[in-house]
Design a protein around this ligand. Structure first.
Ligand code: SF4
Ligand code: SF4
Length: 448
């Protein structure tokens, strides 16, 4: 695999793996759509009081999932907010009453758990609003519904290949048993025989901790594999999955550790998807930390959980500096795919003028999936999306290597995402595609 010799140091200001619980949340804007295909419709009205965990939106089709209040309070309106990836989407605005009053069954162990059938489990996942905890937020009942005939192993990706981001690491350190039990539920539903966890060398203590819990449970069918901490090795599409190789398109029994945790919460403790661990970090944050961020809380308010901004950031990213999505609007809402919110200063993201491609081929050399980033981006600039597809736009795993190595500082990843979203839009037509990226500047957001 082609990897970059980057010194991807961890967030130095992360002094503890404990996860902070915010005491006050003013308002949440709960997205009615977590990805391009997911749609739900409000089942509450403005003025109604809701409890944390209460269903507030029904799925409109078999693909979509229900949505739940992440705080107790009053529904203000069904309005529009910013999705950190897709832009404006419908949301339900709830003003918190600061009491965090939950539904009576929230957090209580479910009766008859061992008698649930596979179909009932999938139906619970849909009702509980469970999606994968990654950028695409695929509903879990959909991912699990067709099964994974090729593999006897279920894989859990707990790697965190990008700098700054430590939300998964904190979760593995603080809740290893819940993650293990969630993975076991997923294994049973998938009919797999074994579970294999992937962690990286930056998480050796978490790996040892996990192994001790596996020993304590005497679960001989669970293995832990520690990978070299080398970008982009920990990305889903590049993991060494037994029986799958590194095929991009195959449906794989691979889940994030945060998803396994959410499965345990939903199925065992009857907690819908109402919060997730988010790293609030970067040099502009007063106190970088991992926090339990309620779904729908704005990035601006999430930053306040960590005592706000030390100074004005040049760039705010959702997720890490290699693959993260720049946010113009800090009113964007946290959703299941938000692993991190990074506020980076001008020293970390200098403005650089993009120049024309000099045909050096470095982007092709650096691409771990052997596609042609230069062809895709040149085609995307000219709106020739069929050529972008032929050059492999849909196979891109969005690692950002090509952006990092390009000597002309071309906005490679933004252009590839633009082409991919246009191609998706052509096939689905549910929403307008992403806007075309600015041509003049790109910013570098990585420590060398
Ligand atoms: S084209 Fe995609 S997969 Fe290849 S280097 Fe660029 S971002 Fe990574
Ligand atoms: S790395 Fe940049 S300049 Fe070199 S071929 Fe690729 S796009 Fe062109």
């Amino acid at each position: 695999m082609k990897t970059l010799p980057l010194d991807l140091k961890r967030e130095l200001s992360l002094v503890t793996w404990a996860i902070k619980k915010p005491r006050f949340v003013e308002e949440v804007n709960l997205l009615l759509q977590s990805n391009l295909r997911d749609r739900s419709v409000a089942c509450v009205e403005a003025g109604e009081r809701v409890l944390k965990g209460q269903k507030i939106a029904d799925p409109v089709d078999a693909y979509s999932v229900a949505k739940h209040a992440s705080v107790s309070g009053q529904v203000k309106a069904v309005a529009t907010t910013t999705h950190p990836v897709f832009g404006p989407v419908a949301c339900i605005k709830i003003v918190s009453d600061q009491n965090i009053e939950t539904l009576p069954e929230y957090g209580c162990e479910r009766n008859g758990l061992q008698h649930l059938t596979r179909r009932q489990c999938l139906s619970i996942f849909q009702e509980m609003g469970l999606t994968e905890h990654d950028l695409h937020a695929e509903p879990l009942h959909v991912k699990l519904s067709t099964g994974f005939p090729k593999s006897e192993t279920l894989f859990i990706n707990a790697c965190e290949p990008e700098p700054y981001v430590t939300s998964g690491y904190s979760l593995m350190m603080s809740h290893p048993l819940e993650v293990l039990k969630g993975a076991e539920i997923l294994r049973n539903i998938s009919d797999a025989k074994k579970i294999r966890f992937f962690l990286d060398q930056n998480q050796l203590d978490a790996a040892e901790f996990l192994k001790s819990k596996i020993y304590f449970l005497n679960w001989k069918h669970v293995e832990v594999e520690v990978l070299e901490a080398k970008y982009p090795q920990g990305l889903d599409d590049l993991l060494p999955l037994e029986g799958y190789g590194q095929t991009h398109d195959a449906k794989k029994p691979l889940f994030k550790a945060a998803t396994a945790f959410a499965v345990h919460e939903a199925l065992v403790l009857q907690k819908p998807q109402t919060e997730r661990v988010v790293t609030i970090g970067g040099e502009c944050i007063v106190e970088s930390q991992n926090v339990w961020a309620p779904m729908g809380v704005s990035f601006a308010e999430a930053i306040k959980f960590c005592r706000g901004l030390l100074r004005e950031p040049r760039k705010v990213l959702m997720d890490g500096p290699m693959r993260g999505i720049a946010q113009k609007d800090l009113n964007a809402s946290v959703y299941a795919g938000t692993q991190a919110i990074l506020a980076l200063p001008k020293e970390e993201v200098p403005l650089v003028e993009a120049e024309d491609c000099i045909r050096c081929g470095q982007c092709i050399e650096s691409c771990p999936v052997d596609i042609s980033p230069v062809m895709i981006t040149l085609a995307a600039e000219k709106q020739l999306f069929d050529i972008a597809r032929d050059a492999g736009a849909e196979q891109c795993i969005e690692c950002g290597n090509c952006s990092f190595v390009c000597p002309s500082k071309r906005p490679m990843l933004e252009l590839i995402r633009y082409a991919d979203s246009q191609l998706q839009w052509q096939s689905l037509t549910p929403k307008p595609p992403l806007p075309r990226p600015r041509r003049k500047f790109r910013t570098l957001a990585l420590k060398k």
